[in-house]
Design a protein around this ligand. Structure first.
Ligand code: NAD
Length: 488
């Protein structure tokens, strides 16, 4: 059995490995070492067209395959993934620099997503309704959207594949997956396992490369019926503009700048644990990371000290015993270091971290120290712009109303959390927060395969993934009316 680790990641068209049309490649760097991990096909418009042609050929056959049969194949993919979970986790580890333990957790979540969506094959419910007209039977059924382009980020690479590919396929769409240029290998491994599970040729294709060169031609192609995108808000806006020209369906899962509020009656130990996890786990590379910690005045100093002490204990590295892995590329690391330096010039106080981590054995990798900052205004860039790394800013507020106002003072509305023992304050917070996810006494993250995730404002465009709500991304509703003629 091969390990699925490869030194060349090709495109995947018609269930075959295919180099880019003009045979260009780029280097994928291992972010834990700064060394080349593999070569990756650098695709262009020609490759996008070939993948779309393959998906177009496959779509009618896949759409007419029963949802139950489609589900059997999805279940088989999930079983094979479970059998190969160590291999998949190793790739995630190599591509992202997260520990094997964390990578295994992510692979497990991807597998569960597969099983959940496979279950939908036997629950592919529509609805029937009554009619105002006599002898009329009315029903509404789900039908596939058609050819789907799935564009994803690198932060949780195999979970991101699962969140889009499984619902797209159960609904009868054929797909072209465009993985992040920072995490191409695990998507490629997934496609090979899907073929082994019996997924027909052309139902899932993969185009690798850079966003502008490989992603944009997929988005702009008139044959594409749906673009489902996970990435930053700026790219999402570009994609929405491109798809709007032909009124194609578009689904956007975008950025966040998520607040975690700590009230004066909070269990501070629990709040500290969740703040540290929300700000720093996955090296802060979560759309749902807590990057704004809003603390009631009366517990501010005590809680700040607790956070600093907890952050001091964080160990940086890629072993299972470490708490904080690396960020995905050098550009991202430099962007964060510059953002912290800019905030300092504007008067911010860095409480801990703020620099590249040069802990033992990781000087070649892109490691950022866990960073806590205070003394920043709500309108400062560091308060408003998503950094997508292990950086959180602390704010002092006089009470609940100010906390909620500050929590909502963002272009984003993805997730939020409050720590309090007061049920009224907790419920009031869930009501007043303008975010797609609101948690109480927990972290700002924690989605599960059966729960709809997504944001309001500039964090998304209204649909949700995963959960059964994802079916609404990947299906159209068709209303069918049948007039019954009198029996002769
Ligand atoms: P990004 O927008 O730079 O890239 C995401 C993907 O889009 C990549 O595959 C990239 O190649 C592609 N892309 C870039 N430009 C494109 C273009 N013009 N046309 C088509 N495709 C293009 O995002 P990133 O920096 O890789 O990821 C981090 C962002 O993703 C953060 O903002 C994070 O919050 C967000 N994210 C959101 C969720 C969510 O569920 N809401 C989940 C994970 C990550």
């Amino acid at each position: 059995m091969n390990s699925l680790v490869t030194d060349t990641v090709f495109n995947w068209i018609d269930n075959n490995a295919v180099p880019a049309a003009d045979e260009k490649t780029f280097n994928k760097i291992n972010p834990a070492t700064g060394e080349i991990l593999c070569q990756v096909s650098r695709s262009s418009e020609k490759d996008a067209s070939a993948a779309i042609a393959s998906a177009k050929m496959a779509q009618p056959g896949w759409a007419s395959t029963t949802p139950v049969r489609r589900a059997e194949i999805l279940r088989e993919i999930s079983i094979i993934m479970r059998n190969r979970q160590d291999d998949l986790a190793r790739i995630v580890h190599l591509e992202t620099g997260k520990s094997i333990k964390d990578a295994l957790g992510e692979v497990g979540a991807a597998i569960e997503q597969g099983f959940f969506m496979a279950g939908e094959g036997r629950r592919f419910y529509g609805k029937t309704t009554t009619s105002g007209m006599e002898e009329r039977t009315a029903m509404t059924i789900r039908v596939p959207v058609g050819i789907s382009v799935l564009i994803i980020a690198a932060n949780t690479p195999i979970a991101n594949v699962a969140w889009k590919v499984f619902p797209a396929l159960i609904c009868g769409n054929s797909a072209i997956l465009k993985p992040s240029e920072d995490s191409p290998m695990v998507a490629w491994a997934f496609a090979q396992l899907a073929k082994e599970a019996g997924l027909p040729d052309g139902v899932l294709n993969i185009i690798n490369g850079y966003g502008q060169e490989a992603g944009a031609p997929l988005v702009e192609n008139r044959e594409v019926d749906l673009v489902s995108f996970t990435g930053c808000t700026a790219t999402g806006r570009t994609i929405a503009q491109a798809t709007s020209k032909r009124l194609a369906k578009v689904f956007l899962e975008l950025g966040g700048k998520n607040p975690l509020v700590v009230c004066d009656d909070a269990d501070l130990d629990n709040a500290c644990k969740w703040t540290i996890l929300s700000a720093f786990s996955n090296a802060g590379q979560r759309c749902a990371a807590a990057s704004r910690i809003i603390i009631f005045d009366s517990v501010y100093d005590k809680f700040k000290d607790m956070l600093i002490k907890a952050a001091e204990k964080i160990t940086v590295g890629i072993e299972d015993s470490n708490d904080l892995g690396c960020v995905i590329n050098e550009n991202q690391l430099n962007k964060m270091i510059n953002a912290v330096a800019k905030s300092e010039r504007e008067g911010a106080k860095v409480l801990i971290g703020g620099k590249r981590s040069i802990a033992a054995n990781n000087s070649g990798g892109y490691f950022m120290e866990p960073t806590l900052i205070e003394n920043v205004s709500a309108s400062a860039d560091i308060s408003q712009k998503e950094l997508f790394g292990p950086i959180a800013t602390l704010y002092r507020v006089s009470g609940f109303d100010e906390a909620v106002d500050l929590a909502n003072d963002s272009e984003y509305g993805l997730t939020s959390c409050i720590h309090t023992k007061n049920i009224n304050m907790a419920i009031e917070f869930t009501r007043r927060m303008k975010s797609g996810v609101v948690n109480v006494n927990a972290g700002t993250y924690g989605s599960e395969p059966h729960m709809p995730f997504g944001g309001v404002k500039n964090s998304g465009n209204g649909l949700r993934e995963p959960g059964t709500e994802a079916l609404d991304v990947y299906c159209e509703w068709k209303n069918i009316n049948i007039n019954i003629l009198p029996a002769k």
